[in-house]
Ligand binder design. Structure first.
Ligand SMILES: Nc1ncnc2c1ncn2[C@@H]1O[C@H](COP(=O)(O)OP(=O)(O)OP(=O)(O)O)[C@@H](O)[C@H]1O
Ligand SMILES: CC(=O)N[C@H]1[C@@H]2OC[C@@H](O2)[C@@H](O)[C@@H]1O[C@H](C)C(=O)O
Length: 354
């Protein structure tokens, strides 16, 4: 018989390189799946690791192997410290994403480092990792993996919206989960906030101090990506070639640029969730703390935007990687072909015992 209760460590290192998100999560699989985040923390990267990880894309095969081993040991040390400091006991497994260095699904190749067997040996725990590899081997994009968590852990929401570097959303259409990117958010807002010597637009205060530039707003909304049908995704290449050139001529008044861009983000999101009144949207990712953006969304859309606890806003991805691990340990599907394009739904992730 399958176990019904799990205590897991979910571990995620995202593209923004801010640090390693770690969450201790309990799951119970009964009629309903319940979860509880017991403890969570982001362990900031040192300048050494920030630099190494951002340069690694250009490393030779031999250097990458060395880096992979070094990062695996470093990750083990970080996790051991976290476990010791927080007196975490009774863990069933560590479920770790690792850090993406290369992602070329069209070549059936994706590399997340930190997923060597040594992670199990050095931590003394069972490890579930390498969640993306099997999906690209099955012809999928290897991403996004979060939507199955959206479906099974947050069924009461019509949409799960993440406001990170880009805004992405997942929802159910004809009993199929679909997920796609909407527009760039913090990649653009941070870039301009940093020109004013701020890391980001804290609470949307810069936006609130600016004025609305209607012409810019209209130009942004005319970008052809917005009329494409999902599934679709965005990268920095698009921001550099399509978005920054439109913003350039407004750089002499950055608060108004940020004000207008934030309204643009709210408008594009409202276009996606506008179907009918009473639609519930779960909002996570750092952009959930941007009050100007959230107020604007609430103003222009009929949908109900729900801001959960800070732990969920910040650690939803770590929670969901723990969940993917739980599904893998149970031998249940944890990747959906409807979002990755793989041949079939499947149960992905390597399991290493210590
Ligand atoms: N208090 C705040 N006010 C406004 N914006 C905030 C606040 N806190 C965080 N943010 C924004 O959120 C960003 C971090 O969010 P998050 O960690 O979700 O991004 P990410 O890891 O780059 O996301 P993803 O990998 O999902 O694209 C910050 O760079 C900043 O732009
Ligand atoms: C290959 C890879 O690491 N992709 C990440 C990345 O970061 C955001 C976006 O691009 C998303 O597609 C994915 O991560 C999330 C957690 C996912 O798989 O759902």
């Amino acid at each position: 018989m399958k176990k019904s209760d799990y205590k897991l460590l979910g571990v995620m290192s995202g593209t923004s390189l801010d640090g390693i998100d770690v969450a201790v999560v309990e799951f119970s699989f009964h009629e309903k799946i319940n979860y509880k985040i017991l403890k969570a923390e982001t362990i900031q990267y040192t300048p050494y690791w920030k630099k190494k990880l951002s340069e690694a894309i250009n490393f030779s095969e031999a250097d990458l192997q060395e880096l992979n081993l070094e990062y695996t040991s470093y990750l083990a040390e970080v996790l051991n410290n976290f476990i010791e400091k927080n007196k975490v006991e009774g863990l069933d497994a560590i479920c770790s994403h690792g850090h993406t260095i290369k992602h070329e699904p069209q070549k059936r190749y994706t590399l997340q480092i930190g997923n060597y067997r040594q992670l199990a040996e050095l931590t003394g725990h069972t490890v579930v990792c390498d969640f993306r590899v099997q999906d690209v081997e099955l012809g999928g994009q290897g991403a996004p993996l979060v939507p199955i968590g959206d479906r099974l852990l947050f069924p009461e929401f019509d949409f799960c919206l993440n406001l990170g570097g880009f805004a992405n959303i997942s929802t159910e259409v004809n009993n199929q989960r679909i997920a796609y990117d909407i527009c760039a958010v913090n990649t653009v807002l941070n870039f301009y906030a940093q020109k004013l010597d701020m890391e980001y637009d804290e609470g949307g205060k810069i936006a609130a101090s600016g004025e609305f530039k209607e012409e810019l707003f209209n130009e942004l909304n005319r970008l052809s990506f917005y009329s494409e049908k999902p599934p679709k995704s965005l990268g920095m290449e698009w921001v550099n070639s399509e978005v920054f050139p439109l913003l350039k001529q407004y750089e002499d008044h950055i608060p108004s640029l940020i004000h207008t861009y934030s309204k643009h983000v709210a408008f594009q999101i409202s276009e996606v969730v506008k179907y009918s009144e009473g639609v519930k949207v779960l909002v996570t990712g750092g952009g959930a703390f941007n009050d100007f953006l959230i107020d604007e969304l609430k103003k222009i859309s009929n949908a109900e935007f729900v801001l959960p606890s800070e732990a969920l806003i910040n650690f939803k991805e770590a929670l969901i990687f723990a969940f993917l691990g739980a599904l893998r340990l149970r031998g249940e599907n944890n990747v959906l072909k409807s979002v990755t394009g793989a041949e079939k739904d499947h149960s992905s992730g390597r399991i290493y015992n210590p």
